[in-house]
Design a protein. Structure first.
Length: 449
């Protein structure tokens, strides 16, 4: 039995937790003042905890001097006490700054091959379904091959990329030529399609390995022949010679570059992405080609306008990433950054549509369908450049299927809409979906770090 005095003695002998000092003499105030810059720039208490731990703050100091239970409690209170004061990082380096001359050069490389169709128009019959089939296969294959080769270039160096291209480029040529042969049989169309497939494969090799100048030199014969058409219409033999010279020059340059790259030492980087990662890029190439080929009435002119605008499109992709990086540095909240990123997206897309609208006014191409198609392709390319590939592929494939159905290419009976209206509706809906995805995914700060 114990008396009341014994109970009081037992209670006094129990361990008593440290009492938190009054705010007036709280040593945490001095710590907050000393770490004001760190605490003000932190976006999460864990960042402050890491700094405290690196400074050697012990558990004994936390419980005795600061009267807090652990390191994270100290960090949370410092985070709450010090207002956010994000320092201005200054202009800093911009990894997305690119040369406008380089983009202009690549734009010429995208547009000049179209002169081959102008030069060889007299060699082809009225319907060139086999050529369209071959082009779709080649576009899809080379889009996927380019992605795969770029991945190998980043992970294993030029030698790894060259090995990928050495295997993939000839396979794509055979597949595209076989598609033309299956649809059109032997003849001029299949021969032209085989040359087209060989050129596209060679162009893919040279672009991935950074040899744009070699490709530009290879295009000189075709460009010179097309430039002479207003003054002199070349016959069959000169046209064939000029086209073969272009294809042969591009192919030889590609082979030479692959051989050179195979002699370079390979890097010891970790493994690369699986083959399935390149699938959405190939599907996007298929969808983009189908949408371009289905362009209404003045479809060939629309294709020329689109290809000539690719240089500006690529420059604006870099411009978007550069401006969003600036917006990220100037924003103080995630909501503020999302608004700034949406404004940058609207600005760059408007500039690209202005580039498309200018030639449409003078060529007779239906402006609204062309703008809808251009908007869908540009936003899809933006997502792909950021590594968000599947939404681009699915939206563009859906647009191609919808346009085919609305224009009467699937179901029997009269078409629901004319070609121009079908393209406007299909591409407009695809653009709306892609814009939502872009604002959602690219509006995250982590997408630009």
């Amino acid at each position: 039995m114990t008396g009341p005095g014994d109970d009081r003695t037992a209670l006094l002998s129990l361990p008593v937790p440290p009492q938190r000092p009054a705010r007036a003499d709280d040593p945490l105030d001095k710590l907050a003042e000393r770490l004001a810059d760190v605490c003000g720039a932190a976006v999460h208490p864990d960042e402050i905890a890491a700094v405290l731990e690196s400074d050697g703050l012990t558990h004994e100091q936390i419980t005795t001097r600061y009267a807090r239970r652990d390191l994270f409690a100290v960090a949370e209170e410092l985070y709450a006490r010090v207002p956010r004061r994000f320092p201005d990082p200054g202009p800093g380096a911009d990894p997305w700054r690119t040369s406008s001359r380089q983009c202009l050069l690549r734009g010429m490389l995208f547009g000049l091959p179209g002169l081959a169709y102008l030069l060889g128009a007299g060699l082809l019959p009225g319907r060139v379904t086999g050529l369209a089939a071959s082009a779709l296969v080649a576009w899809a294959w080379n889009q996927a091959l380019a992605h795969r080769a770029y991945v190998r270039l980043a992970s294993g160096g030029r030698r790894a990329a060259a090995r990928c291209l050495l295997l993939g480029a000839p396979t794509g040529v055979v597949a595209a030529a076989a598609a033309a042969l299956a649809v059109s049989g032997t003849g001029a169309v299949s021969a032209f399609a085989a040359g087209e497939a060989l050129y596209l494969a060679a162009a893919t090799v040279l672009l991935v390995l950074g040899r744009e100048q070699h490709l530009l030199i290879a295009l000189v014969p075709t460009a010179a022949g097309a430039a002479c058409i207003p003054l002199w219409r070349p016959g069959t033999v000169p046209v064939v010679v000029l086209l073969l010279a272009t294809v042969a020059a591009a192919a030889l340059s590609a082979v030479r570059e692959i051989v050179r790259s195979l002699r370079t030492p390979s890097s010891s980087a970790p493994g690369t992405a699986p083959l399935a990662a390149s699938l959405p890029y190939g599907l996007f190439g298929l969808a983009g080609g189908a949408l371009t080929l289905m362009a209404p009435a003045a479809g060939r002119t629309a294709a020329v306008v689109l290809t000539l605008s690719m240089g500006m499109a690529e420059w604006l992709l870099y411009r978007y990433r550069s401006l969003t990086l600036t917006a990220l540095r100037r924003s103080r909240t995630p909501q503020g950054f999302r608004l700034r990123a949406a404004g940058v997206l609207a600005l760059c897309l408007t500039q690209y549509l202005a580039v498309l609208a200018a030639p449409a006014l003078f060529t007779g191409v239906p402006a609204l369908p062309l703008l809808a198609l251009g908007a869908a392709l540009w936003v899809a390319l933006l997502l792909q450049a950021a590594g968000i590939a599947w939404p681009s592929a699915v939206a563009c494939l859906g647009a191609a299927a919808a346009e085919l159905a609305l224009s009467g290419g699937v179901f029997p009976g009269p078409a629901l809409l004319g070609p121009a209206a079908a393209e406007l509706v299909a591409c407009g809906c695809a653009t709306a979906v892609l814009l939502v995805v872009t604002c959602t995914r690219m509006g995250r700060t982590t997408a630009h770090r």
